[in-house]
Design a protein around this ligand. Structure first.
Ligand SMILES: Cc1cc2nc3c(=O)[nH]c(=O)nc-3n(C[C@H](O)[C@H](O)[C@H](O)COP(=O)(O)OP(=O)(O)OC[C@H]3O[C@@H](n4cnc5c(N)ncnc54)[C@H](O)[C@@H]3O)c2cc1C
Length: 327
């Protein structure tokens, strides 16, 4: 396999660990005209799972993920490739800027959509780029070869059958030694800061946590308490749009059709009515607990356990019992 083979069209570069595909891998391959280069441990097995019907290559690497060395190696292979798309997974986001630098190309980071038109002199890449903490999508047009990262969709991709294409092995060229970071330790994500989409337990807060007439500062303190209680129980804090619109929690905590799509095993809803725009991003949790004064609201109707009580008082009691009360 040569740089010319890989240069015949766009290519998705997918980094795998232990054969596990990162979130957004299939979407990146679809955006790259169904052509994929899979790199990492277990690359061969992972390659067979991708919808890469137009070309699929794999290369097995062992040991520590070395993005600087890998960028140097891949740059040699991808020199003629007009568009390189990486899933916006942690490894993809690490590798993409290094690859763009080695290839001396622009980086289209955090694209939600990307398309390549034409070739050589008429080459155009159109992308939608997510900016301002995900609140704005900006159109971008690039008239030269580029590297892009594609934001993984919040929901887990329904894995369709992999397109029939025999993955081919590629060997990586040897490059001069490049300085790579040294891995000291891998730590589990902290529930209070982890991506909501990755959380297996979520405590969601809605307007019912805040009684009318409460000022913004006191309301924000209630949501600090929600975060603290959630963290104490190994959960991430989420919210409805009413809450994020009011600025009581940041936008990246909003669950729903215009927020993050999540897939927790447990969802505990405090004062959440369960509007379709909220539950539309909730996935299918195995367990739902709804704390609400209205026994017939949609969230409680959907719950395994409905607690008909004042959500804020229950939260305060939980904070006290778990030793995270702020007063
Ligand atoms: C285009 C569009 C996109 C949208 N996208 C999203 C989205 O992505 N995510 C999202 O969440 N919303 C979204 N919304 C808004 C959505 O329609 C709802 O308005 C919102 O989800 C309601 O939030 P809530 O449950 O916090 O508030 P409310 O609907 O006001 O519900 C408050 C709940 O609290 C209960 N309650 C009241 N007092 C107490 C108390 N003391 N103790 C316990 N419970 C109490 C009430 O019974 C009620 O069930 C969108 C709307 C539109 C039009």
């Amino acid at each position: 396999v040569t740089a010319a083979t890989l240069g015949a069209g766009p290519v998705a570069v997918v980094i795998v660990r232990d054969g596990i595909l990162p979130a957004g891998a299939s979407e990146a391959v679809e955006a790259a005209a169904h052509r994929a280069l899979v790199v990492g441990s277990g690359a061969r097995t992972a390659a067979a799972e991708l919808p890469a019907g137009e070309g699929c290559w794999w290369t097995e690497t062992s040991g520590q993920f070395s993005p600087a060395v890998l960028a140097g190696q891949l740059a040699a292979l991808l020199a003629a490739t007009p568009l390189v798309v990486l899933p916006g997974s942690p490894d993809g986001r690490d590798l993409a800027p290094r690859l763009a630098d080695r290839l001396d190309r622009p980086l289209l980071a955090a694209a939600t959509a990307i398309a390549l038109h034409g070739e050589d002199d008429s080459l155009t890449i159109d992308a939608e780029l997510l900016r301002m903490d995900g609140r704005q999508t900006l159109p971008a047009r690039c008239r030269e070869p580029a590297v892009a990262t594609l934001v993984p969709p919040g929901h887990r991709h329904e894995q369709g059958p992999a397109a029939a294409c025999q993955p081919l092995e590629v060997s990586l060229p040897t490059v001069e030694a490049l300085a790579d970071p040294t891995l000291i330790a891998i730590q589990e994500p902290r529930p209070e800061t982890m991506d909501l989409a990755d959380a297996t337990r979520i405590f969601g807060g809605g307007a019912g946590l805040v009684s009318s007439g409460t000022d913004d500062r006191s309301a924000a303190a209630i949501f600090d308490r929600l975060r603290a209680v959630a963290t104490a129980l190994g959960a991430a804090a989420g919210a409805t749009r009413v809450v994020t619109d009011a600025g009581w929690l940041p936008y990246d905590r909003q669950i729903g059709t215009t927020g993050v799509s999540v897939q927790p095993e447990l969802y505990v809803a405090f004062g959440v009515s369960g509007a379709s725009q909220h539950t539309g991003g909730l996935g299918a949790p195995a367990h739902i607990v709804s704390v609400n004064t209205d026994p017939s609201c949609p969230m409680t109707a959907r719950a395994d356990l409905g607690l008909i009580t004042d959500a804020s008082s229950l939260l305060a009691e939980l904070a006290r019992r778990y030793g995270v009360a702020d007063d």
